[in-house]
Structures are given as C-alpha cells and as structure tokens.
Design a binder for this molecule. Structure first.
Ligand code: ASP
Length: 446
C-alpha cells in the first residue's frame, strides 16, 4: 500500500495495521458466513488460507512463551534481590489479583441478577441447544472432572521442569523459575552474575523473536478472525442474544469503566492514555483468545509502553497470565446465574456468595488458553446444583465471549504491574508518558 519510491517511507503504526487486519478479517468473515455458510469453497478458504496464516502467528507467539516465562521470572526474582522484597512484591501482586478478580465476579453476578438473561430462554430453544451441543459439552467438561483438590496444590511442584514446560504446565514452570531465581540470590556473586548474563541474553533474543512474530500480527489476526466468523453459528447468537449482549456489556463496563477508574486512582494514569497505550495488547488478546499467547505483548507493552521496570514486569506478568483473570471471573459469575435461571434453579444470596468465591478460585486455576475456563465452569455448576450439560447452551457462542473476556484478563495484568511498580516506588505515571510506544524496533531499519 505504501510502495512509493520516497526514501522516508512511513508505514502505519503496528497497532493501526493490526486493527485494519481485525476489521478486514471480521467483515470478510461475517459476509462470507452470510453468503456462503456451509459451502465447501468457503471451508477450503478457511482450512487452507485463514487458519494456516492465523495458526502460524499464534504458534510463533506460543513458541516463545516457555523461554519468556523462564527468563522473565528468573531475572525478575533475581532482580528483586532478597526474599523480603520478593515476599512483599508477591503479596502485593496477589492482593491486587484477588481484589480485581473478586470485583469482576461480583459485577458478573449483579449483571445477571439485573438483566435476568436466563429467564428469557425459551424451553424449546434450551432443548434444541442441549441436543446440538450436548456431546461437545460432555467432552469439554470431562477434562475438569475431579480437577480440584489437595493434588491441585501438590501438582504445582513439577517432578521435572523440562516435562512441565513441554506439557505447557505453566504453574510448574513458574514454580521452577521462581525457585531458580531465588537460588541465584543465594550463590556466590560471580557465579550468579555469569548465569544471569546468559539468561539475560536469552531473554533479549526472545524479545527479538516476539518482534518477528508481531510483524505477522496484522495478517495473523485477520486470518484468526476470518476463520472464527466465517464458521460462526450466527443463528445460535439469535437465541442467546440477551445473554451475549449482557456478557459483552458487563465485560466492556469492567474493561473501560472499572479498570480505567482503577488505572486513574491507583496508578495516576488517565484512562485515555492507559487504553491508547494498551491498544496492541487489547487487539492481540481479542484475536488470540489466550492470555498465554498474549504474554509476550503484555510484557512488551508494560516495559516499552509504560516504562515498568523489568524486574516488576517480569515477575508480575507471567504470574498474571496464569492466575489473574478478571474477564473470566465475570463471565463465569454471569454464566452460572444465567444457567441457574435457564434451568429454574433458585440460588439464594448465600449460594451466590459461594459462586463468587468458587469463580475467583477457578479463574485462578484457569489455563490462559482459548476456552480454558470451560472445564472449570462445569465444576462450579455442579457444586451449586446446576446440570453440567448446561455448558452445551453456551458453547455455540463461547468463542466470541472468550475473545472478549481475554481482553480484561490481560489488561488486568498490565494494571497490576503498574500498581505494584508504583507501590514499590520504582515507577511514576510520568514514566508512562515518556516511554516509547511498543513498536517493533526492527521495522525502523526496513
Ligand atoms: N481464554 C481465556 C484466557 O486465555 C481463558 C478463558 O476464560 O477461557 O485468558
């Protein structure tokens, strides 16, 4: 588009190109769905063009997650220096995670109580949805069966860190990296410095790899969105309209109202500046539906877009991608109540308080991958006496809700890193406005 011969060729900034990719993919996908849904040619375009392009982008991001989590946490912990500071930063991080997640879950419950989306569900529609998605629901919920117990905590300690990393067991990898970072503060300084220099070098190389991946972002995002919208069951959307609109509205309120206000009050950054600098982050979360895949962008945004010191960003954000899920908690709270209404299960105020607590716990336990919360949601349903097959009611629209809830999930992580950095006295709001925006530096040479 800008193939002019002028020497000072300027491309649109990355976030603008990603937004264009998002819009082009969405419009093309929705149009194709309306015109050619179910046509084999459309399936071929999805299978051989959109999916591969989207998947290459997604895989490039996933590819760097393991080395990124390891290097960020190790350097973050080693950079924090002593155990007392680590304990303080860790305590503050968990406190902000818990407070914002509880707030989000409560907003979800209040929204469902006010809007009553489940009461609007026609019993015939309910039966039809259960029949159509029942099989898929059973498959998805089986994964979560018996997932919570003492072993949930025991399993955080991996038998073998390489195995944990290979299986994508983030908590295991996080645990190993934390302990390794702590150990580095306990050995001879010259030996520790040698290791830190190597890990630092790997970390820097990983950052460059992320920049490569992000160059693909406009195309990858277009492919991912096209694949989802071209095959999306828009008729399901019709029958669940009120529920979907209510969830999206509540997520938007939390994202821009609550998180914007918290950014203003707790970090001193104006919401306008906060969200402008988080644009690439939000679009990446929306199109990948995955906090883990977005982690590279989250770290880059915090460090380059907001000037958060590396040891804080490197410590808070990998933990956040795994543990802090505002959007997921809100979605779970709303969905439990929606299904209770749809199945005529009356939940008392006490039962709803249990739902908030369970929602917060399961949001912490949710893996930061597409649809990660579904198996755990099934567990909460069973606990409060709602049939777990109820999940079948929402599966048809979950992809859309998943994209939307992942945005507050990662924005909440970014917010936490700013709050903790400020409390630690190593960051001021002025540092956000002077930090360079997170653009791939390699592009300047192009
Ligand atoms: N997709 C969400 C995330 O990665 C998790 C979920 O709610 O399913 O943040």
């Amino acid at each position: 588009m800008t193939e002019s011969t002028a020497p000072a060729r300027r491309r649109a900034p990355l976030h603008t190109r990603i937004l264009i990719g998002l819009a082009v993919g969405a419009v093309a996908g929705v149009t194709s769905n309306l015109l050619w849904a179910g046509h084999p040619a459309l399936d071929r375009v999805v299978d051989y063009v959109a999916q591969p392009v989207g998947q290459v982008f997604l895989r490039m991001l996933f590819m760097v997650v393991v080395p990124l989590v390891f290097t960020s946490l190790t350097l973050g912990v080693a950079g924090l220096g002593d155990l007392r500071r680590l304990g303080r930063v860790g305590g503050r991080t968990i406190a902000v995670f818990l407070a914002t997640t509880t707030l989000a879950a409560t907003i979800g419950l209040i929204a469902s109580n006010v809007v009553q989306p489940g009461a609007a569900i026609d019993p015939a529609v309910r039966t039809a949805l259960l029949a159509e998605f029942g099989g898929a629901a059973e498959e998805r919920t089986a994964v979560g069966a018996g997932a919570f117990g003492i072993n949930t905590f025991v399993n955080i300690v991996p038998r073998n860190p390489v195995d944990a990393a290979a299986r994508g067991d983030m908590l295991g990898l996080i645990f190993f990296s934390l302990i390794f970072g702590i150990a580095l503060t306990r050995i001879r300084k010259d030996a520790a410095d040698a290791v830190i220099r190597v890990v630092d070098g790997i970390g820097q190389a990983v950052v460059v790899m992320i920049e490569f991946a992000m160059r693909l972002a406009p195309y990858g995002v277009a492919g991912l969105i096209f694949a989802v919208t071209a095959r999306f069951g828009f008729d399901v959307l019709q029958s669940l309209g009120l529920y979907v609109v209510a969830v999206l509205a509540a997520l938007t309120f939390h994202q821009f109202g609550v998180i914007g206000l918290l950014a203003r009050v707790l970090t001193g950054i104006r919401p306008g500046v906060f969200f402008r600098r988080a644009r690439t982050l939000m679009v990446t979360a929306f199109s990948t539906s995955s906090s883990n895949a977005t982690l590279p962008t989250t770290i880059r945004t915090a460090e380059q877009g907001f000037g958060v010191p590396r040891e804080i960003a490197g410590f808070v954000l990998p933990l956040g991608a795994t543990m802090n899920m505002n959007g997921t908690a809100l979605f779970e709270g709303m969905t439990v109540l929606f299904l209770a209404q749809a199945f005529g299960v009356d939940l008392s105020l006490g039962a709803q308080a249990v739902v908030v607590a369970m929602t917060v716990l399961t949001a912490i336990g949710t893996a930061g991958v597409p649809g990660g919360s579904i198996p755990l949601l099934a567990m909460v349903l069973v606990m409060v006496g709602i049939p777990a097959e109820g999940i079948a009611l929402i599966l048809g629209v979950d992809r859309l809700l998943d994209m939307a809830r992942t945005v507050p999930n990662v924005t909440g992580d970014l917010l936490t890193s700013l709050v903790v950095a400020r409390q630690e006295g190593v960051w001021t709001p002025e540092m956000a406005t002077t930090a360079p925006l997170p653009e791939p530096t390699l592009e300047t040479a192009a």
